[in-house]
Design a protein around this ligand. Structure first.
Ligand code: SAM
Length: 348
């Protein structure tokens, strides 16, 4: 079922007719992440400051404009699209966009439409997400302890996230749990988190904390190299290398004792830029060609300058032509964050 009448349904339907996007290092860009809002109903301490200044609503692209931008990327060879934020499910009427993008999945123009969510609003939306063509989602969850959950998210309620996970599984969505590994916060709990996730048929991926945006604390205090975490886990579990890939940066092992998959996203200890296939669009139409660099391209101007996509397509090509080789995150006490923007601007 698709009741959506988006800009590509009918006369303007997109075909994947344009030349593929290849960056200066020969990498094909096939994966677009779209931050649909910079706002979030949580304030995870490693992600945001408590008092954040968010974008004025008037600066946001409309959902129709975001659809048009996404369809331009799909026409240029994007096969996987992830909605993120901020919290994507707090953007008003977000399901209109999901339904519109889902039409690309149903038509075979997109291999995957997915999203990264904190799960707080998932119970309300899970069934509709599945109906729109979403098959798999990432839920960010750093602890199973309700009090610790409240501490790390500042405002979050674990029970709501659990309801969201239940609803998503009931709707047939596959879930990957993403946890940022934080020294002296959740490191000792990771084995339990993993057993729980695997016990429910969910993959678990661990992420290293990245130096993005000023926060109240010093990230160095919480930074935990995943090489250490992996070595600790290997004392308790049998970790077997696994060739499984989702098109993202995670590298997986199978945990023989649980039968589940454990992923590692290691932007700090092992830079995975050589296989980067991604670019990131913000809710204002700014395109970041690398999560860890400041260079960006404004796509709002060419988007609004004309009704056909020629200018937009040209601006995208120019931006891809500037995609850098990679990031050079450094996390230590002497350095300011590598990039000034918070992760909530571009999303995970
Ligand atoms: N609100 C959604 C969520 O919670 O999944 C999507 C946006 S959130 C910014 C995406 C992911 O980025 C979350 O898994 C979060 O834990 C992670 N994240 C936020 N700040 C980070 C940082 N500085 N380093 C590493 N991961 C971070």
């Amino acid at each position: 079922m698709n009741s959506h009448a988006g800009p590509w349904n009918g006369a303007n339907a997109v075909a994947q007719s344009e030349a593929p996007m290849i960056d200066p290092f020969g990498r094909a860009i096939t994966y677009l992440r779209v931050s649909v809002t910079d706002r979030c109903d949580f304030r995870c301490t490693y992600c945001m400051a408590e008092n954040m200044t968010f974008l004025p609503k008037k600066d946001l692209l409309t959902l129709e404009e975001l659809e048009r931008l996404c369809s331009a990327f799909i026409a240029k060879g994007v096969r996987k699209l992830r909605l993120t934020g901020g919290e994507p499910l707090v953007r008003k009427n977000i399901m209109h966009l999901v339904r519109g993008l889902g039409a690309h999945v149903h038509a075979g123009r997109l291999d995957e439409l997915t999203l990264t969510t904190n799960g707080s609003q998932l119970a309300r939306h899970a069934a509709e997400l599945a109906d729109c063509g979403v098959r798999r989602i990432n839920v960010s969850l750093d602890t199973l302890d309700a009090e610790k959950f409240r501490t790390i998210t500042r405002w979050g309620e674990l029970s709501k996230v659990m309801e969201g996970i239940d609803a998503a599984q009931a709707a047939g969505l596959r879930i990957k749990i993403n946890a940022v590994a934080l020294k002296d916060f959740n490191d000792r709990e990771i084995p339990d988190l993993m057993r729980w996730a695997h016990g429910r048929g969910m993959d678990l991926t661990l992420i290293e904390t990245m130096p993005m945006g000023e926060i109240e604390e010093d990230r160095t205090d919480r930074y935990l190299p995943l090489s250490q975490m992996r070595a600790r886990l290997a004392e308790e579990f049998t970790l077997t290398e696994n060739a499984y890939r989702t098109g993202g940066p995670a590298r997986y092992v199978t945990v023989e004792e649980t039968g589940g998959r454990l992923g590692f996203i290691t932007p700090m200890t092992h830079n995975f830029c050589e296989s980067c296939n991604r670019v990131r669009l913000t809710c204002t139409g700014t395109l970041y060609m690398c999560l860890g660099q400041n260079d960006a391209a404004d796509l709002r101007l060419p988007l609004r300058a004309s009704e056909d996509d020629a200018l937009l397509s040209q601006a995208i090509d120019e931006a891809i032509g500037r995609k850098p080789k990679g990031h050079d995150f450094i996390i230590d006490r002497r350095n300011r964050p590598a990039v000034a923007r918070h992760m909530s601007v571009t999303g995970g």
